[in-house]
Design a protein around this ligand. Structure first.
Ligand SMILES: *Cc1c(COP(=O)(O)O)cnc(C)c1O
Length: 417
């Protein structure tokens, strides 16, 4: 009753009204922070009331080039006025340059363009099974793919079939068979799980949604060696770790290995569109025949023009080096924060997870406090706050962010005694 009366007399802020309006009509499969954004530029976002924030999230790496990068916006606007969409029933003059660039930056042979990350993962699963039957001669419908505990590869029914996260699976069965999950970063367990029917190992080189979990040095080399010995494909999902996020163009380059199939998405769309692809070795990719796979929007002219420009911008504007240098700097500075609230700092390049002691504070609470101070981040698994700004961020911006992080931690320490 008292609440009702208070509510009647306290006018709602415009932000609150917009949040409530949205909530009236949208499914609640997300729990966003209470901010309403309406503009982005570079590393900054602005909310409906004009407050400015530093983006430390980059839409899970989709905005690695920064918001509305002028060159990528120009590529989009130039193309949209010419030919935006026509399906792959026809050739276009945009697809060739885009896939050539992808082959050049990855060192692999052929590209199959899709739209979202999950679609590219699905494509990789099909590619692996197809190779398993045609080349490795696995008996029909027996192909297995090994994945890692704590994996995140997207949300389709097949992909959640091999998730180990109960929330992602509950009430969504029956599940697709053919997957086996093993502990991440455990080469012995992976080797033990391989059978003559194993077509592929599908791993994230660093587990993003699991909390930016980084395997031991030499892990990717170990994986590559194991796959070669056992005649198993190595598929790396670099939808989030790829395109400069970890301080190299691709995470696998830290260990000088090459996967058989690489899955890309997120940043490939330059922060403007959903663009994804698998890039693979010829022995796998040449098995796709007309009719075996497809996507109405995959490789459309707008996506190809934007994807090509995003790749060029990443290379030409030094974003990958910036990620390496400033990522190391930011990680070192975060490590220097001495607080009983903080239990660890992990990551590679501008992709950092900070662990908080759940007995003292939730990561969500930390994110809410950071938001008040003008930093947008996002918690994962209740205990991890991630810092993954656009790769265009400057040292001054990072120093400012670090000040806010320190201030938030001090305030939370005070409250918790
Ligand atoms: C985000 C993500 C996906 C799924 O991409 P969507 O575009 O959301 O479908 C797949 N794999 C990894 C590693 C991701 O981070």
């Amino acid at each position: 009753m008292l609440n009702k009366i208070i509510e009647m007399f306290s006018p709602k802020s415009p932000t609150q009204k917009l949040i409530e309006h949205e909530a009236q009509f949208v499914a609640k499969n997300y729990h966003p922070l209470p901010v309403v954004l309406n503009r982005g530029e570079g590393c900054y976002l602005w909310d409906h009331e004009g407050k400015k924030y530093l983006d430390m999230m980059s839409a899970y790496s989709a905005v690695s080039c920064g918001h509305s990068h002028p060159r990528i916006v120009k590529a989009l606007t130039d193309q949209v006025g010419k030919l935006a969409m026509c399906s792959r029933a026809y050739h276009t003059n945009t697809l060739g340059p885009f896939v050539e660039k992808l082959v050049q930056v990855t060192g692999l042979d052929e590209v199959l363009p899709m739209n979202t990350g999950a679609e590219a993962v699905e494509t990789a699963v099909k590619a692996a099974r197809q190779w398993g039957y045609v080349v490795k001669k696995i008996p029909e419908n027996m192909a297995e793919i090994i994945v890692a505990d704590g994996n995140f590869h997207g949300r389709t029914t097949t992909i959640i079939s091999f998730s180990t996260e109960p929330d992602y699976r509950k009430n969504f069965g029956p599940f697709t068979p053919g997957f086996k999950s093993v502990p991440f970063d455990d080469l012995k367990a992976i080797e033990a799980a391989i059978t003559p029917n194993t077509a592929a190992i599908l791993f994230e080189p660093i587990q993003g949604e699991a909390g930016i979990k980084t395997p031991h040095d030499g892990f990717l080399q170990g994986l590559r060696k194991l796959c070669d010995e056992k005649n198993v494909l190595l598929i790396l999902d670099e939808v989030q770790s790829g395109l400069g996020r970890t301080g190299k163009m691709f995470c696998f380059q830290h260990e000088n290995v090459l996967p058989d199939v690489l899955i890309l998405g997120k940043a490939l769309g330059g922060g403007l569109l959903p663009v994804s692809a698998i890039v693979g070795k010829k022995a796998v990719m040449e098995l796709f025949k007309p009719g075996s796979h497809g996507s109405t929007f995959g490789g459309n002219p707008l996506a190809a023009a934007v994807g090509l420009e995003a790749l060029k911008v990443l290379e030409e504007e030094g974003m990958v080096q910036n990620s390496a240098i400033l990522g190391a700097y930011m990680q070192e500075q975060l490590r220097g924060i001495n607080s009983p609230l903080v239990t660890g700092v992990r990551g590679r390049g501008l992709w950092i997870g900070m662990d908080f002691d759940p007995a003292r504070v939730t990561a969500r609470k930390v994110c809410e406090k950071l938001m008040e101070k003008g930093i947008l981040s996002k918690d994962t698994h209740h205990t991890v706050v991630r810092f993954a700004p656009p790769l265009t961020i400057t040292r001054e911006q990072i120093d400012w962010a670090l000040e806010q992080v320190r201030a938030v931690i001090r305030e939370l320490e005070g409250k918790n005694g």
